[in-house]
Every structure is written in C-alpha cells, then in structure tokens.
Design a protein around this ligand. Sequence first.
Ligand code: ATP
Length: 872
Amino acid sequence: MSSPAKKRKLNNDGKQNGVQSKGLEFFFAKQRQNDGQALPSASIGCSNVPSSELTDEELARKLQAEWDQEVANGRHNDNQPPEIPQSMQNSYIESESPDAQPQPEPPASTMQEKPSKALSSTLTLQSTGMAEDCFTSSIPMDRSPLMFEPSKYTDSLKQHWEAEGGNASYALLTRCFVLVSATTSRIKIVDTLVNCLRLLIEGDPSSLLPAVWLATNSISPAYVSLELGLGGSAISKALKHVCGLDNRSLKAIYDKCGDAGDVAFEAKKKQSFTLRKPKPLTIKGVYQSLVKIANTQGQGSAEVKQRIVDRLLQDARGGEESRFLVRTLCQHLRIGAVKTTMLIALSRAFLLSRPPGSTVVIKRNSELSKLRKDELAEIWGKSEEIVKACFARRPDYNDLIPVLLEIGITSELLVRCGLALHVPLRPMLGSITRDLSEMLSKLQGRDFACEYKYDGQRAQVHCDAQGKVSIFSRHLELMTDKYPDLVQLVPKIRGEGVSSFIMEGEVVAVDRGSGELKNFQTLTNRARKDVDIGSIKVDVCLFAFDLMYLNEQPLLDRPLRERRELLKSLFIEVSHHFTWVKGLDATSNDSEAVLDFFKAATENKCEGIMVKSLDNLVDVPYTGDADGQEVEVVEKLSTPKKSKAKTKSRNRGGEGNDKEMGSRRKPLLATYEPDKRLDSWLKVKKDYNSSFDTLDLIPIAGWHGQGRKAKWWSPVLLAVRNEETGLLEAVCKCISGFTDAFYKATKQFYDDGEDSGERKNTRVQKPSFVEYPGPLPDVWFEPQEVWEMAFADITLSPTYTAALGLVSDERGLSLRFPRFLKKRDDKSLEEASTNHFLAGLWRKQEAKVATAKGKDAKEDGVQDDAVDEDVD
Ligand code: ATP
C-alpha cells in the first residue's frame, strides 16, 4: 500500500499508470445514474425485492444465495481453494495463520449435497454487529509506559488469543487506534503506541511486524511497489453484503458521515445478523489479507479482492474494527502514527520490553521512574537516535523489527541494520536560505562548495560487485525501469577498482548533441515505467554530487571533501551522459565569485545553487541561526506546553523546529546525514526573495464565487498539515493569484456534480480530518494537491486554529493577503507545510519585527544621545 506521497507520485507522472482508486462518492455517482436499481444478482430468490423491505431472515437467505452464486462462479470444484487465475498464482502469498485465508462459503454443489449442514453452519442469525472484545478494551494502554506493566495482561491476553488461534487479535490494535484517535496529545499518542508495541513484544512478538505495518498505514517499504488497488466500490459492496444494506441506506449513512471508516462503523451498528459466526481477526491475518489483495492481479482479480474485503468486514467485531479496517483499506488510517512517531514508539518499547526468552538488557520501569526528567529524556533520546539512524539508512520495517527483537536497542543495531546495496537510504536534505548573504553569514569561517542546483530528478544509483544496478527516486521509489540508459551507462562510468557503490546525483534532460540543459518539464515527458531503451525520446545526463558507499564501505561519516574526491577520481566522465555537478569552492570572503557563480547557474536553467560545508570543523562553533540546524535535544518530545514562557522559548523558525529549551547545538559537520535537513547543505534558489516566504498548502474547500466568478470556486480554503494528529488545519481563504483558466480547471477538478452530474474530488460533509471552525464552505475538497502560496504576513487569528498551542493557547495562525503562486505537482500531500513550519515562520517574523524595533530604538537612542551632546 502506498503512502499518500507514494500514491501521489505514482499517479502524478503524467502517464497515470497506477490504479486510480475511486472514492465512495464516485461509486454513489454511478449508483445515481442507475437510481432505483436494487442489489445486483437479480436472478436469485427474492432479490428483486428491495433489501430494505426484507425480513432479516429473508435478507440473510438472499445474501447467502448471492455469496453462493459468487462462490460457484469463482470455483471449479469442491476441493479446490478459491479460484485464483493462473496469472496470479505465483504472487499469491501463502498465509501463515488460518484466518488469513479467504475461505469462501461452501460451494454451491456442496450446499446442494448437504443442505442442512451447510445451512446450519452459515445461516445462524447472530446479533454480533456491535459485539466488541471487552477484555482488550479494558487494558489501560494510554497510560505512561512507566506506569504500565505488560506482564500484568499478557497471560490473560495469550489465553484469550489461544481461543482465537494463538496470534494477537486485531482487537488489540484497534483499541490502540481508538485511543490514539481520541487524543491530540503527542505524548498520549506515543505512550499508547509504546504500550501496544510492548504488549506485542512480550505477548506475541510474531505479530509485531504486521502491527507496525498496519499502524503506519502501509504494507511494504516505498521501494517495493505493492498497491492495494481497491476502489471505493469494493468497500461499498462489502458493506452492503456484510451489513445487509441496500444502496439507499448506505448512501444515507455516507451522506451523514462523509468518511468511509465512519460509514463502516455506522453500517456495522446496523448489522443485525451474520451469515456465519465471525472468526476473530488477528493482526497477522489482516496484514496478510492486505498483502494478498495487493498481490492479486490479472483477470478475475477484482472478484478475489472483493471476497477478501468481504471476509475482513464480515469478521470485524464491532464498529471500531470495521472503522479502522475500512480506513486501512482506503489507505487513510489517520491515527497520526507517521514514521517519526512509530520510530520513537519502537525505540521506547524496546528499551522497556523484550520478547519471552530473550536475555537482552532492558530498563525497568522502577529504575526509570526515579530519574529526573532530563535524565529520562537523555535515555529516550539516545535510543531514539539509534533507531532513527537505522531507519534513515535502511528504511524498511521488515529489516528493522526482526533485528530489534533479536538484539534490542544497542549501537550494534546500526551495524546489523545499516546501509545496504539495493535498499535506498533516505536522502540528506538542504535547508532553505533566503539569499546569498544569509548563506554567507551562516557559513562564515568555513570552506564550502557551491554547486549548480539542477532542475531535474534526484537519483540514488546503487551498483553491486556483480554489476546489478538499482536506481531510486527522492521518495525511495524504484525507478530502474525508467532509466535503462543510465543502467547501461554504469559500466562505462565505473572506474578501475570500483566494485560496488551508492552514488547520488540529479538526472537532467539534455540535448544529446550540445549537452544543453533542458527544463524539468521536458523530463516529465519521459515515460515512467518499462522504458524501452530503443525508444527513448528524452535524453538525460546524470550530474553526480555525492558518493555514500564504495566497495562495501559506507562513506557517510567521511567529510564531503573526501567523498567528493573519491567521486571525482574513481568515476569516468561520459560527455553529455555522466558528469559531476558544476561547482565552485569558496569561503565567505568570496562573495563576488559566489554571486557570479549563482548568476551563471540561473542562466543555465538551474534553480539556483546548493552550498555544502566541505570539512568537519569540530572546533568551529556554528554561528548560523537555529533554522534547520540539527540540535541535540535534551528534552525530547515534550508536549507543546501552553505557557507563555514556553511560547517565547520557541521563538525559532523552520520545519520541525519544535525542539525545546535545553537544546545544545552540535558542530556543523560535513558528513552525509541521511534524512536530515541541516545547515551543512543550504539551498539558495533564484526565486527566493528576502522579504518573501512561501507556504505549500493543501486546498480543502471552496465557496461559490460572486458575480463573474459565480461558476467557479472563490475563495478557496487552504490548510497546513498537523503531523501529530493527521489533521488538516485550515489557515486561510484565498481569492488572489488565480487566472480565469485556473479557476475553470479547479472547478472541473473539484466538481460538486451540480452541472456535470458526477461529483469529483469533493464531498458534502466536512471530513473529520479537517479542522476549520469558521463558516461552512459550499463544498469540501478531497485533499489532492499542494499549492504554493505567498502572503503579506502571518497573524494570530480568532477564527483559524492552525498551529493552535504552538504560539498561543487561545489563537491559531492565519495568513494576511494570501496569494496563489503555483501548483506544486512535484510535492505530495505529505510534503505540504506543517503547523510547526507555519509557527516557525511566525516566530521568524516576530523576531524580525523585534530586531527592527530594537534597531529603531537604538537609532532613536543615538539621536537622543546626540541631542544630549548638543545640549551639553
Ligand atoms: P527537499 O528535497 O530539500 O525536501 P524540495 O523537494 O522542495 O526540497 P528543492 O528545494 O528543489 O527540493 O531542493 C532539493 C533538491 O535539489 C534535491 O532533492 C535534488 O533533487 C536537487 N538538486 C539539484 N542539484 C543538486 C545538488 N548539486 N546537490 C544536491 N541536490 C541537488
């Protein structure tokens, strides 16, 4: 299953190759066209009668008949497993747990032979729609982990699970999701996850990995393309089958709830019978079912997927299991357990718990409870650093979790789970600077490399000793198929003595003859997948800028100067195919040369320059401001305390700079730091302007325009992301910067269906993941895009709640005079600006005002002195 980022990228590359998931709205729009039609399969029993008019018994029989019909269609004979077309059989992963297998109802022939038995096992009417697992619900998972002893519960849990086949129940994970969803406190979210993970580590370690995948709303790492490929209609059908609803009642619930998960919750409440006794879901079983759905391809796959979805929803106990199952199936879990939260939770869980029989050293609750807050934070921090560093080097839970279970949190984890060929590491990122002078002052006293900032696609090229090549994108997706020309190039650029390597560079469209750079748009015209080397129309050149691994040795800890030396000396230039980024080594005394270099870069179709620290000057204190600089955090993950003093202490800008007082600055190193955005890499872009910050916002709603704009959406409501809660927090309404053509396109893209009759990317009800306390818009948008917005300034708002609690207890932030600049098609929703980033910009703005006031006061003081002197 893809993350939103992954999904968007896959869908975004011009060709739209990925399976387009259709929402429930789409399904209902289709239903509207056929309005009046009841459930399908009209040939069986009483199916011409609308389902709503049937008794439970009749409905149960009708549904059973439909199921039987489906099964009969899908199977050849009694003794075979559910039909899986030949084309899918290899990819069909074997289930470990019995409940994971989609076990169809007995085939029609069996039913005929033994009707009484079949009927007695399937047509028991049970009122289990809302039956929940009460024991699991009673576990106080949201306590502080220092007050929570998993061993108190694991024996009973195991007994409980024994009756259900031995593996941890999905009810446990659901309970965790319910508690996490019920709070916006980051601490509570982490605590709950930690406790849930500990129960699994101690109670059923084999369910830990699937639980982590499910909680992070994915089933595979980004570089393994495993897509569920389920449309909204599969979920609607399943809800109708399982809960005995017809189109009309399902639509009524959908109109009321708006969110597919909430629809499932309500639908389950209405379920008054089951066709057979539900088999309690296990974490493993659910995960394996998702993997099966994703692996099921080819002819007949829709039916197989539908059967698995039906089975999952049928076995879900109670509304909450149904809600989170459906959210998982829609790939939108919204529990705020994004990567960072999960890594923090894992690092704490493994500090406190170990699997049965393990002798790994762990900390006792009693031991940690005695510590001072800062001492505890230091312990948490160290463990977190190790886990995060591992995941940045090898971002795959399939690798991380087994090693954690085996050795716990030790520095050996970095060795056992470090950089690996053909597994992409998370790229190092650059911090934004406003202009050259800010950059020069940040890097004062250091040697740095200025490099052209090419406008292409970042590529991480892996090559092993056997010559196998893998190429990964900035978002870790495998794109070897997209660049067969680069794959073919690798043997030519690999100098003598180079056996294996991981290199990074920018792939740029070029004119093959002259080598002239072409713009990014040209590169996007290249096909995305399975590019045939003979039919390439867009030629590219790889401009290499880093080397992270060479001949089985990671180079991450070497300073850039050394890495660059190796990159330049050991690889061979191939004109207009492979070369190094154009660069200039300088210091802050070379401002004119740097300015000339910057101008040359922009004249050569580059976006600006990247400026990188060359050496590890441990003794040179870093004098830049804290934006983007890594800080050693003493007090990690404290909840944003809503006190004024704290507010002042947070007077720093930059994304993710929510780190608290007590931070110690680290020296600015020139090492390669995966997944970190540090000041050792600075971006200076040509379109930056010192008085001009921008935000990447998500359009979430619109109002009908006035007068000339009546047929379009104007204003449009935009939001920032809250990474902790998963909510989108509205921050402004925008009416400026749009062209008529843009208005028109936007109306077509976010279509309320009034004219066209088919709703697209919009919904009637406010989605529960949107936070906007203002007057209701005319339509809500499905979050789809990122728009770059300019603005005059950021203000404290009595209406908007964006970044509430980060700069003020009572007020959120809003933008004054927001102006649309451009769509950021290159950005996924996950890359839209966060509430913390917004708060950071506000603090920066306030600091500037304070400095300006200080300056004015000083100037006033000088004048006063002068006057005094005169007087004297
Ligand atoms: P980021 O990648 O930092 O999150 P972003 O997606 O907005 O931000 P940019 O601000 O455009 O990207 O800048 C970073 C990108 O610039 C890199 O990911 C890389 O693709 C590209 N780039 C071009 N030239 C270089 C270079 N010489 N060194 C590093 N990156 C470069």
